[in-house]
Design a protein. Structure first.
Length: 278
């Protein structure tokens, strides 16, 4: 029985595809095994081979992201960012690679780059609430309250009353010194999830309004959640200073430093205090 040339060519194509797929799966399996063994260098080698051999693979975005991850885990963030740059040069709208690069840029202290990446994410996917939260938070930390407000307004539209929503607006209102509004957001946040950061945020707002008893109660609640949180002692040091309880302020400052708070922050907060209480 003779096989037509067309059928033979088709069979050869199927065979070649099957062989290529098997090779792809084999290399990917080796990369996964290396990752599971935390052999980042070996995993990097396998992912690079996949990118070289199968640049048009439907999984190329995930492979590039994985390559950048194992490079980052080796302490080579600049190389990881360059890997993502190459991936995004081929597809500038790849949300996985944009998010990954935004994270790495943020970790590297490149706030402008991170803001740009998360801003691009919000443009590509206007329903990605997490992107609006991170973009707004980064903008706020960089002093751009206009951009932060725009992102947080969209965040509130997408997930009103959520933890992210209240955290965003608590931070925003604190930044613009609208402390009563910040306290209202912290109240809602604590009602949902009584965490130490919310108690301390509300305490700081109360202190700015000279509501020292309320601040004291919040700090006490924070310390009940975590008795070894340095920020709680740092804040109480400031509270005791406001109350002219200088010895207590000094002790809290020392405790804050012992729990990891930067000594320079404590020195700036307390300055040269006299001995004794008023």
């Amino acid at each position: 029985m003779k096989i037509s040339s067309v059928l033979l060519a088709a069979m050869l194509c199927v065979s070649a595809y099957t062989t290529a797929q098997e090779s792809f799966n084999l290399i990917l399996s080796r990369a996964n095994k290396a990752e599971n063994a935390q052999d980042w260098a070996a995993a990097e080698k396998e992912y690079k081979q996949l990118i070289t051999l199968y640049p048009e693979s439907k999984q190329i975005s995930q492979i590039v992201a994985n390559l950048s991850l194992v490079q980052s885990l080796q302490g080579r963030d600049s190389v990881a960012i360059a890997t993502l740059d190459d991936g995004l040069a081929k597809n500038a709208s790849d949300t996985l690679l944009l998010e990954r690069r935004g994270q790495l840029r943020m970790n590297a202290g490149d706030m402008a780059g991170a803001i740009a990446d998360y801003g691009k994410l919000t443009e590509i996917n206007p329903d990605a609430f997490y992107a609006f939260y991170i973009h707004g938070s980064l903008a706020l930390n960089s002093g751009d309250t206009v951009a932060a407000k725009k992102s947080f307004l969209r965040l509130r539209e997408l997930v009103p009353g959520s933890e992210a929503d209240h955290k965003a607006w608590a931070a925003y209102n604190t930044k613009i010194k609208d402390y009563p509004a910040a306290i209202a957001e912290y109240n809602a946040l604590i009602a949902q999830k009584p965490e130490i950061e919310a108690y301390l945020g509300r305490a700081a707002a109360h202190m700015m309004l000279e509501q020292l008893d309320d601040a004291s109660m919040d700090i006490a609640d924070a310390m009940r959640v975590d008795p070894n949180d340095g920020e709680a002692y740092y804040l109480r040091a400031g509270l005791n200073k406001k109350r002219y309880q200088f010895d207590a302020a000094k002790e809290d400052g020392k405790k804050a430093i012992s729990l990891g708070v930067d000594p320079r922050r404590v020195e700036l907060l307390l300055g040269a205090l006299p001995d004794g209480a008023k």
